[in-house]
Design a protein around this ligand. Structure first.
Ligand code: AMP
Ligand code: ZN
Length: 136
């Protein structure tokens, strides 16, 4: 099975590495939303957010915060987004989990096209119950 992020981690493919520790590597996204858009990736091949062991996830969050701070200090954008796409329907295209961190600027014309819904009377509780019952 080939994976571009595993290839970057092993040094087989090039990347502009920004941060690395024993569990995480972080590098520039090759097709950035804005210049300085960075990916934070666990060194182990985990497919999505729910697949990562919790200690690796904590390392990933730790690294994400370091990198976000460095983006803010180094590039001085007006803000930043942190997000991850999980599953094809959510826009995931590389199936090795990663966090995106992208700088944002006032008036940068980047918008999520949302069609916000309204719950009908009892629906809100029904949805909450379906999710709540799965929490141990
Ligand atoms: P996603 O669509 O959320 O799975 O994000 C995958 C991201 O990986 C995209 O933003 C791509 O631009 C980025 N990407 C794919 N190949 C490479 C690569 N070789 N080096 C850096 N970033 C990459
Ligand atoms: Zn991989």
């Amino acid at each position: 099975m080939s994976c571009i992020f595993c290839d970057i981690i092993s040094g087989k493919s090039p990347a502009e590495i920004i941060y690395e520790d024993d569990k995480v590597v972080s590098f520039l996204d090759v097709k950035p939303i804005h210049f300085g858009h960075i990916l934070v990736v666990p060194k182990g091949h985990y497919v999505d957010f729910l697949d990562i062991p919790e200690d690796n996830l904590l390392s990933l969050i730790h690294a994400t915060r370091i990198v976000a701070g460095a983006i803010m200090k180094g590039l001085k954008p007006d803000g930043y987004n942190i997000f991850s796409n999980n599953g094809v329907a959510a826009g995931q295209s590389v199936f090795h989990f990663h966090m995106h961190i992208t700088p944002r600027y006032f008036n940068d014309e980047i918008k999520f096209m949302l069609n916000l819904k309204n719950y009908k009377e009892t629906e809100m509780k029904k949805f909450a119950d379906r999710i709540r019952q799965e929490i141990q």
